[in-house]
Design a protein around this ligand. Structure first.
Ligand code: ITT
Length: 216
């Protein structure tokens, strides 16, 4: 993967303030010169790919091409086993035009009603695809996933999106209750980031050391 040494300009290709906060925290140690797609006034492209990797590539390439700088995009979502993986890539859309995640969580609860009964299948997971793109069209993508269970009612006001209804395996606090630094150490986003960092983001030599991820 091409090097992106300290001081390099990197566009964080998201318009979601919750994600932006988490990505900025995860990138902070690298000393990059980060600017968000919102600050640059970049438009939001149509996310019409069928999977997280495809949508992350669409967003990263759109931002890199429009800005002329390397860009990092995140496509992510919440999935429930009882809903065959939904809302998945439609996680943002389930919140409606008002981007109200109380509405989205209530819809998950209503559609998975049988899972909330004793013995129902409450397995849930978060997925995150990160795509780093350069203005000439080169991309590298990385996937992270964290398993847990969906809880009802939602708990906690930390994080964003579906965090209050997700309890990671082995944990006692939902992502909405957990201190941000704990989520950032273990989440789907943190796992995708670990692969990205292992592939040399922020290092001068860009040495490839991980077998995960994909480059095009
Ligand atoms: P951008 O495309 O501008 O990045 P978005 O919110 O539209 O913003 P996505 O299409 O990737 O992004 O939607 C993913 C949704 O999944 C997001 O809006 C959240 O509600 C949810 N989600 C993703 N990661 C999450 C996390 O760590 N905690 C809670 N919810 C999360």
């Amino acid at each position: 993967m091409r090097a992106l040494p300290p001081g390099s300009k990197l566009v964080i290709a998201t318009h979601n303030p919750g994600k932006l906060r988490e990505i900025a925290d995860l990138l902070a140690p690298l000393g990059l010169d980060c600017v968000s797609a919102g600050e640059l006034g970049l438009p939001e492209p149509d996310e019409d790919a069928p999977d997280f990797v495809g949508n992350a590539r669409i967003k990263a390439l759109a931002a890199a091409t429009a800005s002329g700088f390397a860009a990092l995009a995140d496509d992510s979502g919440f999935s429930m086993a009882a809903l065959a993986g939904a809302p998945g890539v439609y996680s943002a859309r389930w919140a409606g035009p008002g981007k109200d995640f109380t509405v989205a969580m209530e819809r998950v609860h209503a559609e998975a009603a049988s899972a909330w009964d004793a013995g129902g299948d409450r397995r849930a997971w978060f997925s995150c695809a990160l795509c780093l793109a350069w203005p000439d069209g080169e991309t590298a993508t990385f996937l992270g996933r964290v398993e847990g269970e969906a809880i009802w009612p939602p708990r906690g006001a930390n994080g964003f999106g579906y965090d209050p209804m997700f309890l990671p395996i082995g944990g006692s606090q939902s992502y909405g209750e957990m201190p941000p630094e704990e989520k950032h150490a273990t989440s789907h986003r943190a796992r995708a980031f670990a692969q990205l960092l292992a592939r040399g983001l922020g290092r001068a030599d860009g040495d490839d050391t991980s077998e995960d991820g994909a480059e095009h």
